[in-house]
Design a protein around this ligand. Structure first.
Ligand SMILES: Nc1ncnc2c1ncn2[C@@H]1O[C@H](COP(=O)(O)OP(=O)(O)OP(=O)(O)O)[C@@H](O)[C@H]1O
Length: 348
């Protein structure tokens, strides 16, 4: 049994125009101690997926279908108190903005101690304070600053404090939603290394949600590429970066500066993801895909397996034999952009 098994999950938002299919038929598994990156452009459903897992969807959002099994329990069927118990203790979240997650009227220590004592009743104050000191040291903060208020910390320090709080209860699963986007590159690197090290120590699994492919390269074992609410491709990091099969992954990979490809020309994928209230038939990427055919516009692709990858493209089998040189060529994407004569999107 995997730690987390998401099966055919559909998460919709009620809107004036009808339900927006933000997550639509997503399945994946996460093993104990494993890190899975979820990547894709803005609006493709990454945050919605994380919120559904931890049970904090906004009022308009609901699970329409599917299951989220955590250690064998279907989270979509748990009562609110059962879900609250799981939050922080078993599943915690490092949110996009520490400022929104830390309470400005309490010191950092008070907030961490409260989380510990709520979820582990019986933990004495001395022990809670010891955990605060230990976590501060782990994330590279001076424990003497634990009695500061959030506004007394810099952005990077607040992000570290939130990581300390998210990891204080040794959760089995950490959801990290753009954990370092608000930070400068040097700080990003330090914090990512720090998270990986702590995770090794407490042997937790992590879902890293990001639009930045290089963050995934640094922290994850496997990657799930999402496009317009669906899985486009999934597999081990090395394979996804070295030899992806889905044209969206090929485009996305080239849209980011890649730490492994020096002097690489950055490409952009022309156009924008489709509306999710009335998404197109067939492959949702077809409109922006240089390789799309009539079949792609009418028939939804099923999963195809190549090496260890799962790719939802009708032409997965043809990529290696015929299409890869064309898909890898920068001119292919430039010509598609010119033909569409629309704005370019560089990943987010
Ligand atoms: N509260 C809401 N009500 C209606 N639609 C929503 C709501 N929140 C998100 N959506 C829609 O759901 C889709 C998925 O959004 P989501 O935030 O999950 O994407 P994302 O990939 O995490 O994007 P980002 O990187 O910008 O956070 C988008 O089309 C978005 O407009």
């Amino acid at each position: 049994m995997s730690l987390l098994e998401v099966e055919d999950l559909e998460v919709y938002y009620e809107t004036e125009d009808g339900p927006a299919q933000a997550v639509d038929g997503v399945s994946f598994e996460l093993e104990e101690g494993e890190n899975l990156g979820i990547v894709g452009e803005s609006g493709c459903g990454k945050t919605t997926l994380a919120k559904a897992i931890i049970g904090i969807l906004p009022d308009a959002g609901y699970v329409n279908n599917g299951s989220i099994s955590f250690k064998g329990d279907d989270l979509t069927e748990l009562s609110s108190p059962e879900r609250r118990r799981l939050k922080w203790e078993e599943i915690s979240m490092i949110a996009q903005s520490a400022m929104n997650s830390l309470d400005p009227v309490y010191t950092i220590r008070e907030q961490i101690v409260e989380a510990i004592e709520t979820h582990r009743p019986g933990t004495g104050r001395v022990e809670s304070n010891e955990i605060v000191t230990e976590m501060f040291e782990l994330v590279g903060l001076d424990p003497d600053r634990a009695d500061d208020y959030p506004h007394q910390f810099s952005g990077g320090m607040r992000q570290r404090a939130m990581i300390a709080m998210a990891l204080a209860l040794d959760p089995s699963l950490v959801l990290a939603d753009e954990p370092t986007t608000a930070l400068d590159v040097i700080m990003q690197d330090q914090i990512l290394k720090r998270i990986s090290r702590i995770q090794d120590e407490i042997n937790s699994s992590m879902l890293v949600i990001t639009h930045d492919v290089s963050v995934v390269a640094e922290t994850c074992d496997r990657v799930l590429v999402m496009y317009a609410g669906k899985v486009a491709e999934e597999g081990p990091v090395e394979e996804i970066f070295d030899r992806p099969y889905h044209p969206y992954t090929i485009g996305l990979k080239r849209a980011f500066p890649n730490i492994r490809m020096k002097n690489q020309d950055l490409l952009s994928i022309a156009g924008y993801p489709p509306e999710l209230v009335d998404p197109p038939q067939g492959c949702r990427f077809a409109e922006r895909c240089p390789m799309a055919t009539e079949r792609c516009r009418t028939e939804e692709p099923e999963a195809h397996y190549e090496n260890s990858l799962r790719s939802y493209c009708h032409y997965t089998d043809e990529i290696d034999s015929e299409l890869r040189p064309y898909a890898d060529d920068a001119r292919t994407w430039e010509q598609t952009a010119a033909a569409q004569n629309v704005g370019n999107v560089g990943g987010d």
